[in-house]
Design a protein around this ligand. Structure first.
Ligand SMILES: [Mn+2]
Length: 250
């Protein structure tokens, strides 16, 4: 029996994780272990030297889930340490409310939960639904359908060590198809809002490399699902030769 652990960063009661768990149940046995609260943009946070509360909770469809008062990566780290039966065949993280493309992946709890799984030797897929228009309802059904198609193949193949798949889906009734992409570049337009001693980061949606067809951003903006393999080796291999030419002496 295929075993899948489902997690997210929007919190255990978010609609996206329920949609993902229900979709993954068509492929195997699913255990949901997700943060008790919204942990979006907490990055690869690991809670050390601190107590973490864990509770069994009931989701909207009556199924049970493990609620962890920690980060998305904590959920997976705790599972890997024996909170649940480990290893599963796969960890799937999402469906996130909002895309995780370009540099977003370093902020994303959705992606970093998947990376934590890769650190613990289990292949993982991060799934995010692009959602830029606040007036538009997010539709997790199509994202769940695409996730099932990707996960079906992942369960038959193998992913290299310390590597995950980052899947983004546009908020459309039907995607045009799936594109294999590279991580694009986003330009954030954050602004500092200040009232006395209180500051807040906010601003319009980032802009990005719409013109580069090979990128995740291009695919999403053109109605395609985007699949990017990403890995934990952050070494800038393309800079190694130039750096060597610096003739550093110590
Ligand atoms: Mn999120």
């Amino acid at each position: 029996m295929t075993r899948i652990i489902v997690t997210n960063d929007d919190g255990v009661q978010a609609p996206g994780v329920l949609a993902l768990a229900q979709a993954m149940r068509t492929l195997g046995e699913v255990h949901v272990a997700a943060p008790s609260r919204n942990q979006s943009a907490t990055g690869h946070k690991k809670t050390l030297f601190q107590d973490i509360q864990v509770n069994e909770v009931t989701l909207a469809d009556g199924s049970t889930a493990t609620s962890v008062d920690g980060s998305p990566a904590d959920c997976i780290a705790l599972c890997a340490l024996g909170l649940t039966a480990w290893p599963p065949d796969l960890v799937v993280s999402g469906i996130n409310r909002g895309s995780n493309m370009a540099q977003d992946i370093t902020y994303s709890g959705t992606v970093t939960a998947a990376l934590e799984s890769a650190i613990n030797g289990v292949p993982a897929v991060a799934v995010s639904l692009d959602h830029r228009d606040a007036n538009q309802v997010e539709d997790y059904a199509e994202a769940a359908r695409v996730a099932v198609e990707v996960v079906k193949i992942v369960l038959q193949k193998s992913i290299p060590l310390l590597t995950i798949l980052n899947l983004n889906i546009p908020n459309v009734p039907r995607v045009k198809g799936i594109r294999l992409t590279r991580q694009g570049v986003r330009i954030y337009r954050d602004e500092l809002h200040r009232e006395g001693n209180i500051v807040r980061i906010q601003g319009p949606e980032p802009i990005g490399e719409f013109q580069h067809e090979a990128t995740d951003i291009w695919a999403i903006h053109h109605g395609y699902a985007s699949l990017t393999p990403i890995h934990l080796d952050l070494t800038a291999h393309h800079f190694m030769a130039d750096l060597a030419a610096w003739d550093l002496m110590v």
